[in-house]
Design a protein around this ligand. Structure first.
Ligand code: MG
Length: 450
């Protein structure tokens, strides 16, 4: 009885379209009618549910929660059938997978069955209520289908309508047995008897299978209020000739009502706008790029933190202006950012130090710590002080040599600058003989370079 199907259907299952005249009916203001429509990059959809022309209440429910779609046809009369179908829809919305997973979708329908059975014990509905359930989840090029009862799912592929689900009904069994035709089934007095439904058997099994889909295809899910009122050929004609899901769904409901509207009629129409693979690839590429970016940021942050910690442990001596200074870090920069901080500037002048040391300071002299750096500068001070002391001592020793002439005039060099007199036991001589007393403003030339 159950006939799970997998993959694309054979052309032999296809019903050829036949031209029909299009009924005209204003659906606006219909009692107990609901509708919705929408679209995204992958799918475009519309749904409509109508009480029909005979029933007082609408016991059908539908679900449009892309990529999940469903139709449930309630049974059990007023205040029961609509409760059963609404419980099933609510459970599906909670339990259905987010991706096309037929097994998970079938289990969601079975969870909906358990929820409908448990409804009366929670004060929802009453014993004996039940519903059909036909649902699908469409992601990329795959559609998962789960199904119980005589609601239907059709696929319009290249202008041909294919019924994807198999009714769980008495008349379907009679058709399968060859006792009646499909047309006779639509008018059979027991056409509403279902052989499997939600709400009675805790062990009920939901048919489940996958179907490959592609851009340009149209999916129609409907209650038997449509399929029992018009032929599949008319459904196909409407599906082929309507441009959008909303126009299609209105035309289907209109056709069912014009044909008599003996039952509640509910349709969900979904167009596959794109196969979703480009979108998925784009999404994956963006996700991958984002992950790489995040990874890169994390690695860079780790490197920066490690570098800051590592650099903070280095010290070196160099110059700041004309003074010897202490730096924390390392010489140079990274991406324009300096890798060191000026920590201390001493009073020691770089120019006072030996030239070799000046060259080393220009390159930077690594030291092991700040204390070491300060101690090194102290050693410079001590060395300079020692040099100065030595110079002073030398100067003191030389200091016995007058820096002025015996008459108190400062001794100047031939170029006019003052200088320290060089004392000898020999009298100062000049290149030219001194002729008598010199004028007060005349300097005594010092013979040099002889
Ligand atoms: Mg029905």
């Amino acid at each position: 009885m159950m006939r799970p199907r997998r993959g694309r259907l054979a052309a032999s299952d296809v019903t050829q379209a036949a031209p029909v005249s299009r009924p005209v009916l204003d659906l606006s203001g219909r009692p107990e009618a609901t509708s919705t429509e929408g679209k995204n990059a992958h799918l475009s959809w519309a749904a409509r549910s109508d009480v029909g022309s005979v029933r007082e209440h609408n016991e059908d429910s539908y679900l449009v929660d892309p990529p999940l779609f469903a139709v449930c046809d309630g049974m059990g009369g007023h205040a029961a059938g609509e409760v059963a179908s609404s419980i099933a829809i609510r459970t599906l919305a909670e339990e259905a997978p987010k991706e096309a997973d037929a097994q998970a979708l079938g289990e969601a329908v079975e969870a909906a069955n358990a929820a409908v059975i448990a409804g009366p014990s929670h004060g929802e509905g009453r014993e004996g209520m039940g519903c059909t359930c036909t649902t699908c989840v469409i992601t990329n090029d795959r559609m998962a289908v789960a199904h119980v009862g005589d609601s239907r799912l059709y696929l319009l592929h290249k202008g041909m309508l294919v019924r994807v689900t198999h009714d769980h009904s008495l008349v379907e069994e009679l058709v399968d047995a060859g006792e009646i035709t499909a047309d006779e089934a639509r008018t059979h007095p027991n056409r509403s008897w279902v052989t499997r439904a939600l709400g009675s058997d805790p062990d009920m099994y939901a048919d489940r299978f996958d179907v490959e889909v592609e851009a340009g295809e149209r999916i129609i899910i409907c209650s038997d209020g449509l399929s029992s009122m018009i032929e599949d050929a008319e459904i196909e004609d409407i599906a082929v000739s309507t441009a959008s899901p909303s126009v299609c769904v209105d035309a289907l409901v209109t056709a069912a009502i014009v044909a008599g509207g003996h039952d509640n009629v509910t349709c969900v129409v979904v167009d596959i706008v794109s196969d979703g693979t480009d979108e998925a690839a784009h999404t994956n590429a963006k996700r991958t790029a984002l992950l790489f970016s995040l990874g890169g940021v994390i690695i860079l942050a780790a490197v920066v933190i490690a570098s800051v910690l590592l650099i903070g442990s280095f010290w070196y001596l160099s110059s700041s202006g004309d003074r010897v200074a202490v730096y924390q870090g390392v010489e140079g920069d990274f991406l324009g950012l300096p890798l060191s901080n000026l920590n201390y500037v001493s009073e020691v002048k770089v120019d006072d130090l030996p030239e070799a040391l000046q060259d080393q300071l220009a390159e930077g002299i690594p030291v092991s710590s700040q204390e070491n750096a300060l101690a090194t500068i102290d050693s410079y001070r001590e060395q300079l002080a020692a040099d100065q002391a030595e110079a002073d001592e030398t100067a003191s020793a030389v200091g016995s040599t007058p820096s002025t002439t015996p008459n108190g005039e400062p001794i100047t060099t031939p170029d006019g600058t003052s200088g320290t007199a060089i004392t000898t036991d020999e009298p100062a001589t000049t290149s030219e003989p001194v002729a008598g007393p010199m004028a007060k403003d005349e300097t005594t030339p010092i013979a040099g370079g002889e």
